[in-house]
Design a protein around this ligand. Structure first.
Ligand code: UTP
Length: 289
């Protein structure tokens, strides 16, 4: 029903104020979960989903994110000279093919909607995906790959969703659901951070989207919403009469790594899964619990 999704936008221009002082100089998306930065999990999830073209929307002080996906000549020469071939593979395997990583600047952090709009010239007139790297999903099949599977049947706009406790609806973008088969929920509206009493459901959007290019027509207006920011959810909601919207309950666990407790939890969960350090981390944790 719907064409292939080849491009992903990774908005990484936020200030990361919740992680100061760690993010004074370093981008939030370079924070590691065990030994891999958040941005690399996002890029690998995109590749698993068949995405071939990656667009970073960056801001000042984010050059490290680009460097992470480039040659590190000195490091590679040294690893080679020392015969450290496993380490060499680790740094080389993460390089995108030449010409497949584009970077645009969001000069001012005016909101997620504005960050996505900054990629318009590269995306042009085709459907595309968006991954927010600070929302990390642990899953057997990547979250975006699951979404693309579902999108092939229903098309339109789509976001990954999770059920949140009713008292937390005022923290998230919430779906106004019209049909729900338990996996895919069709929505007729989106409400940004509603009070529990007014929340139309408890299905909340996380940082994974598949969007039709029509969203740019709305973002072109640069209208500000909640928090005086240009909101992506407002733009998606404004296209709902013309573009169907579905929320996908994916298989997996989402960690909000933009939040300190979520970030620590993700480190624990990913460490426990590892064959090399899982058992020793488990033993160490027993001391604290
Ligand atoms: P957040 O709401 O987590 O904001 O952005 P933030 O600035 O990164 O972090 P805090 O709240 O100050 O700690 C969600 C995602 O949207 C991107 C961020 O980089 C992050 O991936 N974003 C947000 C932009 O790229 N530009 C913006 O103007 C706002």
């Amino acid at each position: 029903m719907s064409g292939d999704i080849k491009k992903v936008v990774l908005p990484v221009a936020g200030l990361g104020t919740r992680f100061l002082p760690a993010t004074k100089v370093m981008a939030k998306e370079m924070l590691p979960i065990v030994d891999k930065p958040l941005i690399q999990y996002a890029v690998e999830e995109a590749w698993e989903a068949g995405i071939t073209e990656i667009v970073f929307v960056t801001g000042r002080g984010k050059a490290m994110l680009e460097d992470h996906f480039d040659y590190a000549v000195e490091l590679e020469n040294t690893l080679e000279a020392r015969g450290k071939s496993a380490e060499l593979d680790i740094v080389r395997d993460l390089m995108p093919a030449a010409g497949k990583l584009a970077v645009v600047r969001q000069q001012s952090p005016l909101g997620l909607g504005h960050a996505v709009w900054c990629a318009k010239q590269i995306i042009q007139d085709e459907p595309f995906a968006v991954i927010l790297p600070d929302d990390l999903v642990m899953a057997e099949r990547g979250c975006l790959a699951q979404m693309i599977d579902a999108y092939k049947d229903v098309g339109g706009n789509m976001a990954a969703v999770v059920d949140v406790p009713l008292e937390q609806t005022n923290r998230y973008g919430i779906l106004d659901v019209t049909e729900d088969d338990g996996t895919l929920a069709r929505a007729s509206g989106l409400v940004e951070k509603p009070d529990p009493a007014d929340a139309p459901s408890t299905l909340s959007i996380i940082g994974r989207y598949i969007l039709q290019p029509e969203v740019f027509n709305v973002l072109d207006r640069q209208e500000k919403g909640a928090g005086n920011e240009i909101q992506l959810t407002d733009a998606i909601a404004a296209t709902m009469a013309d573009v169907p919207f579905h929320g996908l309950r994916f298989q997996g666990t989402r960690f909000d790594c933009g939040d300190k407790a979520g970030f620590v939890e993700a480190n624990v969960a990913f460490a426990l899964q590892r064959d090399d350090i899982g058992p020793s981390v488990k033993d160490a944790l027993k001391k604290y619990l």
